[in-house]
Design a binder for this molecule. Structure first.
Ligand code: DP6
Length: 425
């Protein structure tokens, strides 16, 4: 007979989650409270070995309070209403379990510590809310030992940030807007896994931004209130596009995929311009990238017979995300370098500037001549970007898997962002 109660393991979990970049854009909510969108959207999940959020969540066993505290990149932050809502909703689910089974450790009403970091610098200008909130929902689910199915964790992540619900799955992910008032059918689902189209890659051209952009949440709210074009987009454009792009993905039809992607990015930014007062996310660097890719696609078409070799898309900022097939990455990267000559001239061939893209910087000898000719032809149509420092960095990545649990309890000590005492390392 045991006299002492067995010491329970620390209720803690550490997870990682990927970034996703939409090709059919989510822009507009029909319910702020339930975080329900005005249209469906579709994104590609990027490889988290390149870009990821990592989050540890710890239940403070001996706490008297129900405090929730959050550290982002090592600095304690005030918890927003949305995160508070997410935490409260997940604690309630835990409380329901504990009410049904008294043998379960009591975790629902203890203090909660949450720490999150991104492996990409905020200076990279990439939004981290999708990966960050997806990761938080996964880590809370594991720390509170809820073991919810992924679609349910996705719906919870949505409470933190709409686009986060898509980061719960790898590969190609749709977020169906749903029609029920309670939002129960507004869920993300995997359209195709990360192994479905292995040639698909992304090059992210991080543009130097001089000005802070309007945050998505506020921007889309004003769009919903003022843009008649958004209403047209919602009713007449997106439903058909969602079907077509899903088909293109299933068939690995890059031409169709690329055209829909570029058209949808263009329309999203048109909707921003139709917002009153207007919102500008694209800057002159973005505009020149669009011209470059348009011209490249046209020139390249004569050689490879494909309508498009590269698709561009832009979120709520000036960075270009280029989707393209692996065989074309090297040539496109070097074309971008020829177009932004100052980045290369300024000794920017650094690890920091290129990361994984560095492997493509130098053309093999047998390709130099052909590429030079192509470059000359493309750059006849779009002149070099003469200013210095148009791009801050280039990120090369592929399509990847969904969130990962990196460790739980005492088995997660090494990967945990917390010290033994439950505060960030
Ligand atoms: C342009 O998900 O950041 O990236 O739901 O208010 O948190 P909230 O907005 P957020 O918006 C993302 C907008 C977008 C398009 C997309 O990712 O689909």
């Amino acid at each position: 007979q045991k006299t002492k109660k067995a010491r329970t393991d620390t209720a803690e979990a550490t997870a990682s989650a990927p970034v996703n970049i939409a090709v059919i854009k989510y822009w507009g909510k029909r319910s702020e409270a339930l975080m329900l969108p005005t249209n469906s959207s579709l994104s590609l999940t990027l490889d988290q070995d390149q870009l990821q959020s990592k989050t540890s969540v710890r239940v403070i066993a001996d706490s008297e309070s129900e405090d929730a505290r959050l550290w982002l990149n090592g600095k304690e932050e005030k918890i927003t209403g949305r995160v508070r809502n997410l935490v409260a909703t997940m604690r309630k689910l835990r409380a329901d379990l504990e009410a049904k089974d008294s043998s379960l450790p009591s975790l629902a009403n203890k203090a909660l510590h949450m720490a999150s970091i991104n492996n990409f610098p905020t200076a990279a200008g990439l939004a981290s809310s999708a990966s960050g909130l997806a990761c938080l929902a996964v880590a809370i689910d594991a720390a509170l030992q809820l073991n919810l199915p992924r679609p349910q964790v996705s719906a919870l992540a949505r409470l933190g940030s709409g686009s986060a619900c898509r980061s719960l799955f790898g590969g190609f992910v749709a977020w169906d807007m749903g029609s029920k008032p309670d939002g129960s059918d507004s869920v993300a689902r995997q359209v195709a896994s990360e192994t479905h189209w292995p040639e698909m890659c992304a090059l992210i051209l991080v543009a130097s931004a001089t000005q802070k952009e309007m945050p998505s949440t506020a921007g889309m709210q004003t769009t919903v209130e003022t843009s008649p074009l958004l209403q047209h987009r919602i009713s007449a454009v997106v439903p058909e596009r969602m079907q077509s792009i899903e088909k293109a993905i299933q068939a690995r039809d890059f031409d169709s995929f690329a055209e829909i992607t570029m058209r949808d990015s263009n329309q999203f930014h048109a909707v921003c311009l139709d917002t009153f007062p207007p919102i500008f996310y694209l800057n002159h660097v973005s505009h020149r990238v669009i011209s470059l890719i348009t011209k490249y696609n046209e020139v390249k078409s004569k050689e490879n017979g494909r309508k498009y070799t590269v698709a561009y898309t832009f979120d709520a900022g000036p960075n270009a995300v280029l989707y393209l097939l692996k065989d074309d990455v090297a040539e496109v990267l070097r074309l971008v370098n020829a177009f932004f000559p100052h980045n290369v001239a300024a000794g920017a061939a650094s690890d920091e500037y290129y990361g994984m893209a560095k492997q493509f910087v130098h053309a093999p000898a047998d390709k130099v001549k052909a590429e030079k000719d192509l470059e000359t032809e493309v750059l006849k149509g779009v002149k070099h970007f003469e200013e210095k420092g148009g791009l801050k960095r280039i990120i090369y990545t592929t399509i990847g898997d969904g969130p990962r649990i990196l460790g739980t309890g005492s088995n997660g000590r090494e990967v945990s962002l917390f010290k033994e005492d439950g505060f960030p390392k």
